[in-house]
Ligand binder design. Structure first.
Ligand code: NAP
Length: 544
């Protein structure tokens, strides 16, 4: 969509497009924000660097990329017509279907005229004189907007390993989060995968059966329970449609925002044999049941965590034929749930193939990328293709990519050197009229369900401000500090803090401190707190 196609209403004398709200991102949060703001009568547009909609589901098109939230708990619930107009084909749908879904939503809600795709936002500077943001894009467009709304995610800025020689490799290269749209020919190729997080695990399982040879460079193994994905028959889908209200209610009342309800009994009221029986039952269940329908003590106490982790270790030993390889695949530095678990389909069996090798980079670190492949401290490997499944500059990376400057010209990157410091992940001190969806200190669990709370909050906040003649909102420093302290306190009640995890911790280069990157108390508590902030007159924010 070009600027000329975008149905914006006004341009000022300086050639700037004048808006109520400029939304950065056309992913899960950008789409909902755009729909709500336009429905409320605001002049809003959304701009994305990607040339298609869907955010995560546009960029992460690597083989095997799929949901690990149940598809029918992941889509938008706010419109009955929208949800009933779509049929999911699997319990955990793959990337192509998810991308199609977000295109369906954008068309059904008629949002495309208000989107500008294939355009990176380069800067956003607060102008104290007019009380507006001046936003510029890579193709030179300038926007003057009252509100700047980010929907750029906390896992969207791809990270490459800091190994010399990356540019020297003469073969094909892909990052899982920037997979080429036309695909990559991997059949019978000698392929390297670096990284064994969720993206690596899904990629390895998908390509293992087709490549000529596969070498997996693993720095840290993860606990990977089976996804247990299955097709959804048309009859099942009809049944799901009849249950959408109940499914929605469940996602709004269970801690992680999934359909997996809690088990309320204490683990200690059962014998070890009974617990083992329950673990077996859970192993056969889907997705996040292993985390959210498990005994709460499994993520709260070291003893029960060790018990469930050992149960998973036994499964790995049973599925991987070579005991030495199995040993390498079993985490020793953290228990299940301390890091975000990847879910797998046939992952462990890939290591039973004769053409697959697992290299532990803690034993033989990656030394350099060469013209022909990868050299570790032990030897050189030759490859046709190198796949980086090395994750993201998590939590703040996407925010650092844009030159965002608030009051007094301070940059957001600088102000978050100690880690993000926000009120409920929605706003940050020094940055008036910047509202963040899907940002730091807010997400956790089933992501669209967190965003849903935020989008509702944004919707009523914007209406409230308009109805009351207010034009400016900014959180106080004290409220930001209070939220950060609250997040840290919740973390301290869990085992999360005892392990390293890019998903949890802000660790951008140059950061001098740490702050927890997600909201660890869960989606339900998060929604409750947003409603409380709103009911108390936007407590923690100054409106004028
Ligand atoms: P990730 O979890 O950060 O994993 C990156 C992997 O690369 C890790 O194994 C990491 O090892 C490794 N790595 C990074 N730098 C390395 C280096 N220099 N040398 C060797 N190994 C290196 O990233 P991801 O797999 O893309 O997943 C990110 C998040 O996205 C996940 O937590 C998940 O929430 C989400 N995700 C979700 C789905 C889904 O829902 N289906 C799918 C994919 C991703 P270390 O662990 O040692 O750092």
């Amino acid at each position: 969509m070009t600027q000329a196609d975008t149905q914006v209403t006004a341009t000022n004398a300086g050639g700037e497009t004048v808006l109520d709200a400029f939304i950065v991102g056309c992913g899960v949060s950008g789409i909902e924000a755009l729909h709500r703001l336009r429905s409320a009568g605001f002049d809003a547009i959304a701009v994305d660097a990607a040339d298609g909609v869907g955010g995560t589901w546009h960029w992460n098109r690597y083989p095997g990329a799929r949901l690990d939230s149940e598809s029918y708990s992941y889509g938008y619930f706010f419109s009955e017509e929208l949800r009933n107009g779509w049929d999911w084909s699997e319990h955990f749908c793959g990337q192509p279907e998810n991308e199609r879904y977000f295109n369906y939503v954008v068309d059904a809600l008629d949002l495309r005229p208000f989107m500008k795709l294939g355009t990176a936002v380069t800067s956003a500077h607060w102008d104290p004189d007019g009380g507006t943001w001046l936003v510029t894009t890579a193709d030179g467009d300038r926007y003057r907007t009252r509100f700047l709304i980010t929907g750029i995610g906390i896992l969207s800025d791809p990270k490459y390993p800091n190994i010399p020689g990356r540019e020297r490799f003469s073969g094909a290269v892909a990052h899982t989060a920037r997979w080429p749209k036309g695909g990559l020919d991997l059949k019978d190729k000698r392929v390297a995968v670096i990284g064994t997080g969720s993206s690596g695990v899904q990629t390895i399982a998908a390509i293992g059966p087709i490549v000529g040879s596969l070498t997996v460079f693993q720095r840290s193994p993860n606990w990977c329970p089976p996804l247990n994905n299955e097709p959804i028959t048309p009859l099942e889908m009809a049944e799901i449609k009849g249950q959408y209200e109940a499914i929605w209610t469940k996602t709004r009342t269970t801690r992680g925002g999934f359909i997996h309800g809690p088990i309320t009994a204490s683990a200690l009221s059962f014998s070890p044999e009974e617990r083992r029986h329950w673990y077996e039952t859970l192993y056969g269940r889907r997705g996040f049941a292993r985390l959210y329908t498990n005994f709460i003590e499994v993520i709260r106490t070291k003893e029960l965590n060790a018990e469930f982790s050992e149960f998973l270790a036994e499964k790995i030993r049973a599925r991987v034929e070579d005991p030495e390889v199995a040993k390498k695949l079993i985490p020793v530095d953290h228990g299940f749930g301390q890091r975000r678990p990847p879910y797998e389909t046939g992952y462990y069996e890939v290591y039973n193939q004769p053409n697959v090798e697992l290299v532990d980079t803690t034993e033989t670190p990656l030394a350099e990328i060469t013209e022909n492949g990868i050299r570790t401290t032990e030897r050189e490997f030759e490859f046709d293709v190198i796949i980086y499944a090395t994750g993201f500059n998590s939590v703040t990376g996407a925010f650092e990519r844009i030159d965002i400057r608030g009051r007094d010209g301070a940059s957001l990157g600088d102000s978050w050197r100690q880690g993000p410091n926000t009120v409920a992940g929605l706003g940050t001190y020094g940055f008036p009229n910047l509202l963040m969806l899907g940002g730091p200190q807010a997400m956790g669990g089933n992501i669209p369900r967190c965003i849903e709370h935020q989008a509702l909050f944004l919707d009523s906040l914007m209406r409230h401000m308009r109805d009351n003649g207010l034009s400016r909102i900014e959180p106080t420093q004290a409220a930001c500090d209070e939220w950060t302290a609250h997040v840290a306190e919740v973390v301290s009640m869990t085992l999360y803090a005892e392990t390293k995890s890019g998903w949890f911790w802000n660790a951008v280069e140059g950061a001098t401190g740490h702050s927890f990157g997600i909201y660890p108390a869960g989606v339900v508590e998060y929604g409750r707190r947003l409603r409380e902030i709103e009911a108390n007159g936007y407590q923690g924010f100054v409106l004028s």
